[in-house]
Design a protein around this ligand. Structure first.
Ligand SMILES: [Fe+2]
Length: 143
């Protein structure tokens, strides 16, 4: 993925993303953090994100998978006029500033954005992973 280039968002959703920073992707290289990313997300009319989780999976030499915590801080820089609501459940999630800022575990929370019906929504999304505490499926790390 190239930085500073708008691309389509994930499959079955409708939004655009502009990577500003991508560090440690694909291999856990950054000490303590693991990976760090920053995107601008743009949701025009019809934009949405279907419910999903964002697990961070690293295959081990023995063929098993390790899973890592994936933290995400979403700052809604500009709200859409209608729609475009962030929905998050089934995991750690904190809201600040009247729902303008969301801190959540995107590997555990099922999260989505309702369809934007009017206006354009912009989000600054910062994510980081903790590669110090792997967990196996069904045994989430505590942080
Ligand atoms: Fe996500």
């Amino acid at each position: 993925m190239k930085i500073f280039k708008w691309t389509e968002g994930r499959r079955k959703s409708k939004y655009n993303k502009l990577p500003l920073l991508l560090l440690g992707y694909g291999k856990p290289t950054l000490p303590f953090i693991g990976f760090l990313d920053c995107y601008v997300l743009r949701f025009g009319p019809g934009g949405r994100v279907n419910p999903h989780q964002d697990p961070v999976i690293v295959e081990q030499n023995d063929g098993t998978n390790d899973y890592y915590a994936h933290h995400r801080l979403n700052i809604i820089v500009k709200k859409s006029k209608q729609g475009g609501d962030f929905v998050c459940f089934d995991g750690p999630h904190k809201r600040f500033l009247n729902g303008r800022v969301h801190l959540f575990r995107s590997d555990l929370c099922i999260h989505s954005v309702t369809e934007v019906t009017e206006g354009t929504r912009y989000v600054l999304s910062i994510g980081w992973g903790n590669f110090t505490k792997p967990y196996k499926t069904g045994v989430p790390a505590s942080d």
